[in-house]
Write a protein that binds this ligand. Structure first.
Ligand code: FAD
Length: 275
């Protein structure tokens, strides 16, 4: 069996204090020996510098790191410059996304969909980068239909992606079905489930509404019933997510990608239950 592909995601800190906190978080999470850390990238250019600075710092510490790169609002010229900077920084992996334009931002720019970005990266840089793309077992919120969304995913992979990371979900069957359909459509690359620890009910509901992740009714009702009792929310959340991760790995998932939210404790607690 191949080594499971465990990776951990951060967002770039906005302040010096946030950067200091992230350093401490990373030091703790490094003890888990993830294959790589990834660092998100804000659409519209908000955190491009923060992404690159954070990735460089992780690489300098001797760990592997992948910047996320979104193409919406970008031009061929601006993306070419970013890729050149990535290469010059010794970056060998990238998570390639369309991204989302902030509302009222206007036209999408020269790239409409992520498959165009993957094609561009391959045309510009050959095999330099290991490219990950996003996958949506519960269907991307803007997709015309599940079928169209699957086809869009297949197009992205065929454009040259090496692997995929999914949006988070709490229904394991959605993942297994998605993988089965992708395989039938000829996709052979690893599809790694994205795992969102449950630590905060309000935040989870807000994120899930935005990205189209379904919180199963029984999970939602139980979390709501704990009110301000954060210890119970965390304990129950850990049980739910551990069960999900165990089921995914037992069912053949090639690894897990943890949405750490820049916190060490939830990912560490989960990890300790899995190993
Ligand atoms: P695409 O694959 O281009 O798909 C977007 C939508 O367009 C889908 O509904 C798809 O069905 C549809 N579509 C695709 N091709 C076509 C076509 N030819 N015709 C019609 N419809 C089409 N966002 C950030 O801003 N920064 C990040 O760092 C970031 N990291 C992420 C990491 C992961 C693992 C995931 C799962 C998501 C991340 N996102 C991030 C969110 C992501 O940018 C949004 O979900 C975005 O709306 C879609 O990006 P995509 O790359 O999946 O787009």
């Amino acid at each position: 069996m191949e080594t499971p592909n465990f990776s951990i995601e951060f967002f770039p800190p906005k302040t010096a204090e946030g950067a200091e906190k992230l350093r401490a978080t990373r030091a703790k999470l490094s003890e888990l020996h993830p294959k790589y850390f990834s660092v998100t990238f804000g659409a519209g250019g908000t955190t491009q510098r923060g992404t690159l600075d954070t990735v460089r710092e992780i690489l300098a510490a001797g760990e592997d790191a992948a910047p996320h790169l979104s193409c919406v609002g970008g031009t061929r010229e601006s993306l070419r410059a970013i890729l050149a900077e990535f290469k010059a920084s010794g970056i060998k992996r990238v998570v390639a996304l369309r991204g989302d334009l902030p509302s009222g931002y206007g036209a999408a720019g020269e790239f409409r969909y992520a498959n165009e970005l993957v094609e561009f990266i391959r045309a510009e840089t050959g095999d330099w980068f290991h490219i990950e793309v996003a996958a949506y077992p519960e269907v991307h919120p803007q997709a015309k239909s599940p079928r169209d969304d699957l086809q869009a995913f297949v197009r992205k992979v065929n454009a040259g992606a090496d692997a995929a990371i999914t949006q988070y979900f709490y229904n394991a069957d959605a993942y297994f079905q998605f993988v089965e359909q992708a395989r039938k459509a000829g996709v052979t690359v690893p599809i790694v489930p994205g795992i969102m620890p449950i630590t905060n009910y309000t935040q989870l509901m807000r994120f899930s509404d935005m990205c189209g992740a379904e919180i199963p009714r029984w999970v939602r009702l139980k979390l709501a019933s704990f009110g301000d009792d954060t210890a119970s929310i965390k304990e129950f959340g850990l049980d739910v997510v551990t069960g999900l991760a165990q089921r995914l790995l037992a069912g053949g998932a090639p690894g897990l990608h943890f949405y750490s939210m820049n916190q060490a404790a939830p990912t560490t607690a989960l990890w300790q239950r899995l190993v």
